[in-house]
Design a protein around this ligand. Structure first.
Ligand code: Q9C
Ligand code: ZN
Length: 651
């Protein structure tokens, strides 16, 4: 009998027993006249629908909600608060309900609020109990109202009862469960003030919260979330706050905090169980959060926690207000709990400088309690930081809508994640993209460069990702980060010239182009990098700053045949980019030589003056000179006059 059970589970369900709790009754809490509000019933419906249509709930043990008993709620909240929430939905409160709500900070109440609040708290208890007992490996409670702002005697921030704090006390008090140390990870974009206060002096509970703080100006807008708030008495050192100084934090920032604070401390603390206050309002596209954690990012954060407490993890929903973002983030987390998909992808961007600063002060503040935090963070790491974005990427105020999401998708998510998402934050299929990549990764080409890429360190940013001095742009790098297999220099009978008045990457001043047609009297120095055709595609993509999603290649084997025959080929998908014309320059040891430049119609525009020819900016010219000199091609004077001639000779 037992064997049959197990066998059927391994096919229709997951090998891991994962619980999921959803209950429509929690949708009955909504604004009195159903006026719009970010914390609305569709949040949990959207997540539940997504998990069902993705076939996730079918692989889980589905649980329904149970109301929490008062005695458990009273372990966190005062009697008057519990009485109020119990009774607030009854008729006798009809005339007073709105007035009471309006006196509270960011709270609405209706006839469904009491039941929903009891169900949310009871649900987290229910899944936590089952995970503690070993009936489940892990679980996700899709609950609302959220809980982490709720304090001993106060509902606030859309929270009525502190669901996670209540479940935590339940676990600790049920001695036979054998749960004596609990790690609470609060990755909601807001500080978990209620949870912090509940366990302020309690060393059995390590409370960790990473949140936007902005020196006390972000909700809940006080100093409670500061890094100096470390707990008190026996609880000193058992409260860790990581307060962001700015919005826009993303996968790289969160992962840096995990790697340099949370994970080492979790190792040393060695919890019996982990509860996650899993708000998804730090997700990209959230209208309140203004951060940009991708589904892939959440998956990584969760994956890293699965190594502790023998995988006994409970996620309880907190905030998160973009329906598509929270659904995709929740889905990514469920896939991690089910352990059926290996999390792959790379975060090809760096944390902000402010993130490293915060990591350092937090480590400093807590190193007396956690010896694993005592070492300095290597300066080599700290020097790897993201630039402040050139364009303002801001979705932080409640009313701003997600029109910036497309921009974020182009500039932040696509390079960050192989879990690609579209404009609605839907995860796109990646199988096609994987297969063209492996096909083209076996073909070598020479990528012939005539501009700043002649300077090797600059070119390497297109492979490894990162930011070069003097450039405003952060490169996402190539998927395949192997350096060029060979480098050689050659002279070709083509014309080098400089055009345009300014570029986003280099600021004022022209950038280099190659005339696509050859002429005997012209010469150009070119640095050839032997890279794969897959890498060439990633370079093409970066050179042309496009929104093209790379699910198929820009330049494939057919294009290669075509360019060999015709001499050049215009790439439609990036035709707005300045380097969308791939030019064939012959063969070198049986390997084709390719470069990228503008097309003949652009040449006409340069000639007519419609697009001005323009001498290179100083930074840009210096980079070219460095390339030619360090590449051993020309002396510095020769290089300077070579550039000068190209910049002054009429086209
Ligand atoms: N200007 C959670 O995410 N914002 N709560 C109030 C006042 C309240 C967020 C803005 C945000 C509460 C669970
Ligand atoms: Zn929140």
């Amino acid at each position: 009998m037992e064997a049959v059970e197990t066998a059927s589970r391994s096919t229709s369900r997951s090998l891991r027993r994962v619980g999921i709790l959803y209950d429509e009754r929690m949708c009955r809490h909504h604004t009195p006249d159903d006026e719009p509000h970010p914390e609305n019933p569709n949040r949990i419906r959207a997540i539940w629908n997504k998990l069902q249509s993705a076939g996730i709930s079918q692989r889980c043990e589905v649980l329904s909600a149970k109301e929490a008993e008062d005695k458990y709620i009273l372990s966190v909240h005062g009697k008057s608060h519990v009485d109020l929430i119990r009774n607030i939905s009854s008729q006798q409160y009809n005339s007073r309900r709105n007035r009471i709500a309006s006196k509270l900070n960011s709270i609405y109440l209706n006839e469904g609020s009491s039941e929903a609040a009891y169900l949310a708290a009871g649900s987290v208890i229910e899944v936590a109990k089952r995970v503690a007992k070993g009936e489940l490996d892990s679980a996700f409670a899709i609950v609302r109202p959220p809980g982490h702002h709720a304090e001993h005697d106060e509902a606030m921030g859309f929270c009525l009862f502190n669901n996670v704090a209540i479940a935590t006390n339940f676990l600790l008090n049920e001695k036979e469960l054998g749960i004596n140390k609990i790690l609470i990870v609060d990755w909601d974009v807001h500080h978990g003030n209620g949870t912090q206060k509940t366990f302020w002096k309690d060393p059995r509970v390590l409370f960790f919260s990473v949140h936007r703080h902005e020196f006390g100006s972000f909700y809940p807008s006080n100093d409670d979330g500061d890094y100096t708030m470390i707990g008190e008495g026996p609880g000193a050192g058992y409260n860790i706050n990581v307060p962001w100084e700015n919005g826009r934090c993303g996968d790289a920032d969160y992962l840096a905090v995990w790697d340099h604070i949370l994970i080492p401390v979790a190792k040393q603390f060695n919890p019996d169980m982990i509860l996650i206050s899993a708000g998804f309002d730090a997700a990209v596209g959230d209208p309140l959060g203004g951060c940009c954690v991708t589904p892939y990012g959440y998956a990584m954060l969760l994956r890293k926690l699965m190594d502790f407490a023998r995988g006994k993890i409970v996620l309880a929903l907190e905030g998160g207000y973009n329906l598509a973002s929270i659904s995709n983030s929740a889905l990514a987390c469920m896939e991690v709990l089910l352990d059926e998909k290996i999390v792959t992808g790379s975060t090809e961007a760096y944390p902000f400088e402010s993130t490293w600063r915060v990591i350092q002060v937090v480590r400093q503040e807590l190193k007396a309690f956690w010896s694993v935090l005592a070492d300095e963070v290597p300066t080599k790491l700290i020097s790897q930081k993201a630039p402040i974005p050139v364009k303002k990427i801001l979705i932080s105020s409640c009313d701003s809508e997600a029109e910036d999401v497309e921009e974020l998708l182009q500039e932040v998510i696509r390079p960050l994640s192989t879990l690609r998402v579209d404009e609605d934050c839907r995860v796109l299929a990646e199988s096609a993209s994987v297969s063209w990549r492996s096909d083209l990764s076996n073909i070598d080409i020479w990528y012939a460069t005539f501009g700043s890429n002649m300077w090797k360190p600059r070119f390497l940013f297109y492979i490894e990702g990162g930011q070069v001095d003097g450039m405003q742009k952060l490169c996402s790098g190539s998927m395949d980060k192997r350096p060029p297999k060979e480098i050689l220099w050659k002279i070709f009978p083509h014309r080098l010239f400089f055009g345009r008045e300014s570029t986003r990457t280099w600021g004022l001043g022209g950038v280099a182009f190659l005339h696509p047609e050859s002429k005997n009297e012209d010469i150009v120095h070119m640095c050839l990098y032997r890279i794969t055709l897959e890498q060439f595609n990633d370079v093409l993509h970066q050179e042309n700053i496009s929104s093209y999603d790379m699910s198929s290649p820009l330049f494939d084997l057919t294009s290669l045949d075509c360019v060999k025959e015709k001499g050049s080929i215009n790439l439609e998908a990036v035709k707005k980019g300045w380097y969308h014309n791939v030019v064939y320059l012959g063969m070198e040891r049986d390997i084709p030589i390719l470069t990228m430049t503008c097309d003949l119609s652009d040449i006409e525009n340069f000639k007519s003056g419609k697009v001005p020819l323009h001498a290179p900016s100083e930074d840009y010219a210096n980079t070219l000179v460095k390339g030619l000199v360090e590449g051993g091609q020309l002396s510095e004077e020769e290089a300077v006059s070579y550039i000068k001639e190209a910049a002054t000779k009429p086209l």
